[in-house]
Design a protein around this ligand. Sequence first.
Ligand SMILES: [Zn+2]
Length: 75
Amino acid sequence: MNGTEMYCTWCGDDVPPLRWATGRQTCLMCGEEHARLERLSWCVVQEYGKGPYQLITQSAAHTTLRQTNQKNLRG
Ligand SMILES: [Zn+2]
């Protein structure tokens, strides 16, 4: 009967107190999903790292990044 509510901010499921204590406000399932999405977000560019290495010039890489990552158009 303590007043603290520890519910997942994603699905509303209850979060284990120990997990909550670490600052995570998502249940285990959503936490994994969240981690996976974060990983995906910084893995996008690595698609080109699969398989044999490809030598690309810096300007070519810049163009490639701009084409594949249109949400972050910079300079
Ligand atoms: Zn959840």
